[in-house]
Design a protein around this ligand. Structure first.
Ligand SMILES: Nc1ncnc2c1ncn2[C@@H]1O[C@H](COP(=O)(O)OP(=O)(O)OP(=O)(O)O)[C@@H](O)[C@H]1O
Length: 671
C-alpha cells in the first residue's frame, strides 16, 4: 500500500492536508495505521456475516458452534504438533539440515524398518519355551546328558576321557536293556548276555589314544593310514596328482603289489627305496591307468615305467610259436639311440630274472637284423620312432598284441619332428583295445586295454595335444615343480665374451681332478673343434654328436662311462636321458636356445640323489633365453650375474607385451 492509498484510512489525529506533499510516516505511525486497517476489516467481515445469517453476534448458535469447532480443531492441531515434534521441526529447513547432520554423525533415532528375509518367513516359531516342556525322556542316558569332563594334562585328547565315556554308555545300555527284559517278563539269552559282556570288556580295554594323530605316517601300518596321513605323505615327497580315482601311492617296495620276482630284481638292482615318481606312478601303472609323469632329471623315471610294464607282461601268456609273430607286448619310444640303449639296459636289469626278452630298434644298425630279432619273439621293444615305423612299414614286424606304450622324453620327440612317426606307430596298434573316451564308462575287468605312459621332465603344449588324442582319462603325476632343475645341482652362470670361453673352460677342467665333466656345445662342428683344442692341450676328451656313426657314438659313450676319458664334449644328443653315474660338472659352453634344453642338459649331473655343479657361459647373443634363465636362477636361489639381471631382455619375456598382467599359464617367480 502506498502512502497516498493509506491516506484513505488515515489514523485519528492526523489531519489531511491536500495542499501539502505526502508526508513520510514513522514506523509507529505505520503500525498504528495497519492496526486500524485490521480492526476495520474485521468489523466489516463481522457485519457481513451478521447480515447473511441474521443472528445476534453474542448468542449466535451457528457461530458459537463454529467457533467451538475451530477451537477444537486448533487444540487438536496443537496436540498433534506436540506428538510429532520431528515432523514439525523438519518443516524448518535449517532444522532439517541440522537433523541430517545429526543423523549422519550420530545415527538416526528413527526406528529401523525390520527386514524379513525369505528364510525367516519359512522359519516356524513355537509359542512355547523349552522350559515349558514337561515330558521326560524314558532313556536314562538322555535324562542325565553326559557332560564333558576335561582332564587336561592327564594324557587325554582334548582333555576328554573317551574310555570313561564309552564305559558309561555301555552301562546305560545294559540298564535300559535289563528294564526292557523285566517289563516284557523275559530273560536275556546266553548270546545276548555274552554280547553285552563283550561290549563292556571292550569299553574297558578301549585305547584312549585311538586317534593316533601323534604318530607319523612312517610309524603306521598301511591299513592305519588316514586321508590326512596320505596328504602329509604326498607333501613330504612333493607329489601332486591331477585326475580322478587316483590310487594311494606306495610307501615302500613291499607295499607296491609288484610280483615277488620283480621285487627280488629291484632288490638286486640295489634300489632300497622307491623314488617319489616311482611311489606315485607304479600303483597307477599296475591298475593299467594312463599316466603323464613329470619329474626332475635323474629321479628314476625309467624304473617308474619299466616295472609296471614288466609286471603287466608277467600276467600275459608267455610268447610261443603261435603268438611271437604278432609282435611285442610292449613298446617304449625314445628320442635318441643312446637313450634307447640305456633304457634297454635298465629294462634287462629287471627283465632277465623273469625270462622277458627285450630288443632295441634304433637307426644306424641293420634294419633286417633288427626285424629278424623281433620276429624271433620279444616281449618288449625299445625304439626310436623313425626306425620303428620303418620296420612296421617294411613289414619286418607288427604290433598286433601291443597294449602297453611308453613315450619317454615325449616333448623331445615332438621337438625333433618325430610327431608323425610316433603317431604312425600308435596307429599300427590295435585300436580296439583303447579305453572308452567316457571316463565314467565301466571297464571290462577281463579285457586288456591299451595303457599309455608319457614321461618327461618338461611338458610343453604340443605333448599335451598328443596326450589328449592317445591317452584316456590320464592321471597326471608331477613331482616338484614342472621344468625346474633339481635342487641337488648348484647352478653358476657367467657372462663372457665368445673369445674368453676356451680359456675359462680350461680353468674349470683343470679343477676336475679324477672327476668327470660333460661340455655341451650347440653345433656338431664346434663340438669337434673344441674337442680338438682340448685334446691338443692334453685333456682326456671324447665327443658325442649326431654326425658320428653309431659305432663311434657307442665307443665314445662307453669310453666316458668307464672313465677312459674324463671329458665328454657333446651336442644336445647327450642332453636328454643319458644316465652316466658321477658326472661332477656340466658345462654349457654354449647356452641352448630353450630353457627346457638347459634343464635337461644340467640334469646329467646331480642324479639319483647325488649332488652336482652346472656352469653356463652366457654371451650377449643369448638374449632369447635371458628372461627364462633369470627366472630359473631366481627360483633355484642361484646367483644371477648383475649384467644379466640388469639387461632389458631379462625383464620381459620375449614376445610378451609390456604392462600386460600375467596370464594364467605364466609362471611368475618372486625374489
Ligand atoms: N629307487 C631307486 N633307488 C636308487 N637308485 C635309483 C632308483 N631308481 C632309479 N635309480 C637310479 O637313478 C639314476 C637315474 O634314473 P633315470 O635314468 O631313470 O632318471 P630319469 O628320471 O629318467 O632321468 P632323465 O630325466 O634325465 O631321463 C639311474 O642310475 C638309476 O639306476
Amino acid at each position: 500500500m502506498t502512502i497516498s492509498e493509506r491516506s484513505m484510512n488515515r489514523p485519528v489525529g492526523i489531519k489531511p492536508d491536500p495542499s501539502k506533499k505526502p508526508v513520510y510516516l514513522t514506523k509507529a505511525q505505520r503500525e498504528q495505521l495497519a492496526l486500524q486497517d485490521e480492526i476495520a476489516d474485521q468489523k466489516r467481515c463481522h457485519e457481513h456475516l451478521q447480515a447473511k445469517y441474521n443472528c445476534p453476534s453474542s448468542d449466535n448458535h451457528y457461530c458459537g458452534k463454529n467457533r467451538k469447532r475451530d477451537r477444537d480443531r486448533n487444540s487438536d492441531r496443537d496436540r498433534d504438533r506436540e506428538k510429532e515434534p520431528n515432523r514439525v521441526r523438519l518443516e524448518n529447513p535449517a532444522e532439517k539440515e541440522l537433523e541430517a547432520i545429526h543423523e549422519q554423525y550420530l545415527g538416526s533415532k528413527k526406528p529401523k524398518k525390520r527386514v524379513i528375509t525369505s528364510s525367516a518367513k519359512l522359519r516356524s516359531s513355537f509359542d512355547w519355551q523349552n522350559s515349558e516342556d514337561t515330558s521326560r525322556d524314558v532313556n536314562p542316558l538322555y535324562q542325565n546328558p553326559h557332560e564333558a569332563r576335561p582332564h587336561f594334562g592327564r594324557g587325554f585328547f582334548g582333555g576328554i576321557d573317551r574310555r570313561e565315556q564309552k564305559k558309561l554308555a555301555i552301562k546305560n545300555e545294559r540298564e535300559m536293556q535289563e528294564e526292557i527284559w523285566k517289563k516284557g517278563g523275559v530273560e536275556a539269552t546266553a548270546v545276548e548276555a555274552a554280547a553285552l559282556k563283550k561290549k563292556e570288556q571292550n569299553a574297558d580295554l578301549y585305547d584312549t589314544f585311538d586317534m593316533r594323530v601323534d604318530q607319523h605316517w612312517t610309524d603306521k601300518k598301511l591299513e592305519e593310514m588316514t586321508e590326512r596321513d596320505w596328504r602329509i605323505f604326498r607333501e613330504d615327497y612333493n607329489i601332486s596328482y591331477k585326475g580322478s580315482r587316483i590310487p594311494c601311492p606306495m610307501r615302500n617296495w613291499t607295499e607296491s603289489k609288484l610280483t615277488t620276482e620283480l621285487l627280488k630284481a629291484v632288490e638286486r638292482a640295489g634300489y632300497k627305496k622307491p623314488s617319489p615318481i616311482q611311489m606315485a606312478s607304479i600303483p597307477l601303472g599296475l591298475q593299467q591307468r594312463d599316466v603323464i609323469g613329470v619329474a626332475e632329471t635323474g629321479s628314476g623315471k625309467t624304473a617308474a615305467f619299466v616295472l609296471p610294464m614288466l609286471n603287466y607282461i608277467t600276467r600275459l601268456p608267455p610268447l610261443s610259436e603261435e603268438n611271437e609273430a604278432d609282435g611285442p607286448y610292449a613298446v617304449v619310444m625314445v628320442p635318441t639311440r643312446e637313450l634307447a640303449q640305456q633304457i634297454e639296459d635298465e629294462t634287462v636289469k629287471f627283465a632277465h630274472y623273469l625270462g622277458i626278452k627285450v630288443v632295441s630298434i634304433v637307426g644306424g644298425q641293420s634294419i633286417e637284423e633288427q626285424g629278424f630279432r623281433i620276429r624271433q619273439g620279444c616281449e618288449v621293444v625299445i625304439a626310436t620312432p623313425g626306425r620303428l615305423l620303418d620296420c612296421l612299414e617294411r613289414r619286418y614286424c607288427v604290433m598286433n598284441q601291443c597294449n602297453y606304450v611308453v613315450l619317454d622324453e615325449a616333448d623331445r620327440m615332438i621337438d625333433m619332428g618325430f610327431g608323425p612317426q610316433v603317431v604312425g606307430v600308435l596307429d599300427a596298434m590295435p585300436s580296439s583295445n583303447m579305453k572308452p573316451k567316457n571316463e565314467d564308462e565301466e571297464l571290462d575287468e577281463k579285457k586288456i586295454y591299451r595303457t599309455t605312459y608319457m614321461f618327461s621332465a618338461t611338458m610343453p603344449p604340443a605333448v599335451e595335444r598328443l596326450a589328449r588324442n592317445y591317452l584316456r582319462n590320464p592321471a597326471v603325476v608331477t613331482i616338484g615343480t614342472v621344468g625346474k632343475a633339481t635342487d641337488l645341482i648348484t647352478q653358476h652362470v657367467f657372462m663372457v665374451k665368445e673369445s674368453e670361453k676356451m680359456f675359462k673352460l680350461q680353468r674349470f677342467l683343470d679343477e676336475l681332478g679324477d672327476k668327470t665333466a660333460i661340455v655341451f656345445i650347440n653345433s656338431r662342428k664346434r663340438v669337434d673343434t673344441v674337442a680338438k683344442n682340448l685334446d691338443k692341450s692334453g685333456y682326456r676328451v671324447t665327443t658325442l654328436h649326431g654326425g658320428k656313426s653309431q659305432e663311434q657314438r657307442e665307443i665314445s659313450l662307453e669310453g666316458f662311462r668307464t672313465k677312459k676319458y674324463n671329458v665328454l664334449v657333446a651336442s644336445d644328443v647327450a642332453g636328454r636321458g643319458i644316465d652316466i653315474p658321477d658326472v661332477a660338472h656340466v658345462i654349457n659352453y654354449d647356452m641352448p636356445n630353450k630353457l627346457e634344453a638347459y634343464t635337461h642338459r644340467i640334469g646329467r649331473t646331480g642324479r639319483a640323489g647325488k649332488t652336482g655343479v652346472a656352469t653356463t657361459f652366457l654371451t650377449l647373443q643369448d638374449t632369447e633365453v635371458f628372461y627364462d634363465l633369470t627366472q630359473m636362477l631366481i627360483q633355484s636361489n642361484s646367483h644371477v650375474p648383475p649384467e644379466l639381471a640388469r639387461h632389458e631382455a631379462s625383464k620381459l619375456k620375449p614376445g610378451s607385451i609390456p604392462g600386460r598382467p600375467p596370464r594364467r599359464n605364466d609362471i611368475v617367480f618372486t625374489h
